[in-house]
Design a protein around this ligand. Structure first.
Ligand SMILES: Nc1nc2c(ncn2[C@@H]2O[C@H](COP(=O)(O)OP(=O)(O)OP(=O)(O)O)[C@@H](O)[C@H]2O)c(=O)[nH]1
Ligand SMILES: [Mg+2]
Length: 257
């Protein structure tokens, strides 16, 4: 029998991202359309889904991975990783570690809601330069908004008794203002007024806060700076001036300019 050096067959294991650049790892729920059916999730949005996703998105922060922010909507999470990248930037390792942490913590969050289901997430990496980070987030946020309008419009037609296949066909090619009108006519819902997380997604990041303490030696009150994971359910529009300055200040906080 020919002896094979099996290590040489791990041909993707040396594929690495530049360690000194930030990196996005995006994970996406596998066959979540089926999961939503199985769980009987409310359409177009069910808070249980986003709550589980947000919980799962917090876990890499809690485990000490160098995550600057996580952006969540529908069934996906984008993690922004701070350089120098962990695992020497190895793609296989980064993608599999993030996807598996999210899968296991999402399944655990489901169990806490008395839903028994094991889920999987796929993953990919996206290289970004510092100044491109708000553009990337704007791109995903635009997708969240598109997804939101479509989900409401689809629901409007299904509520009228249309099959989902037929509804998808009807909606094809319709422009945003028409979809808004349809949702307003059929459901009486103004899409500008629905909860922000449905329109803009949820942003998770580390923030610093001041905690009052007491120093028994000097007998004085003290202020100490602490860090915690913050969940922002009403994130800014990343394409706006406010959104861009927010991202810049977050990057500065992490020592990235
Ligand atoms: N009812 C309901 N469904 C949701 C909700 N959030 C996400 N989903 C479902 O999750 C799907 C996410 O889209 P995709 O990622 O394209 O679909 P998928 O079935 O996960 O397909 P793959 O990612 O290719 O495996 C949506 O199509 C919905 O069916 C929710 O709040 N309510
Ligand atoms: Mg999916």
């Amino acid at each position: 029998m020919q002896t094979i050096d099996w290590k040489t067959r791990e041909i993707a294991s040396t594929f690495r991202m530049p360690e000194d650049l930030p990196l996005i790892v995006r994970v996406d729920g596998w066959k979540f359309h089926n999961l939503a059916k199985k769980m009987g999730l409310r359409k177009p949005f069910d808070e249980r889904m986003i709550k589980c996703l947000v919980k799962a998105a917090e876990e890499p922060f809690n485990l000490g991975l160098p995550v600057i922010l996580a952006y969540v909507f529908s069934d996906e999470i984008s993690f922004l990783i701070k350089p120098p990248l962990p695992f020497k930037g190895r793609v296989e390792k980064l993608v599999s570690v993030f996807a598996s942490i999210v899968s296991s913590s999402f399944s655990m969050a489901l169990r806490e809601m008395n839903v028994e289901a094991n889920v999987g997430f796929d993953g990919r990496v996206v290289v970004v330069r510092h100044r491109e980070i708000s553009d990337y987030l704007s791109w995903r946020q635009a997708e969240a908004w598109r997804n939101c309008i479509n989900a409401y419009a689809q629901y409007a037609l299904i509520s009228k008794g249309m099959s989902s296949r037929r509804a998808t066909k009807e909606l094809k090619g319709m422009k945003a203002p028409e979809l808004h009108e349809l949702v307003f006519q059929e459901l009486g819902i103004n899409l500008a007024k629905i909860p922000a997380w449905q329109r803009r997604g949820v942003l998770i990041f580390i923030e610093e806060y001041e905690k009052e303490g007491f120093d028994p030696i000097s007998n004085k009150r003290t202020i100490v700076k602490r860090r915690r994971v913050r969940k922002e359910w009403e994130p800014p529009l990343f394409s706006s001036e406010e959104g861009r300055s927010f991202i810049i200040s977050l990057l500065r906080f992490h020592g990235l300019e």
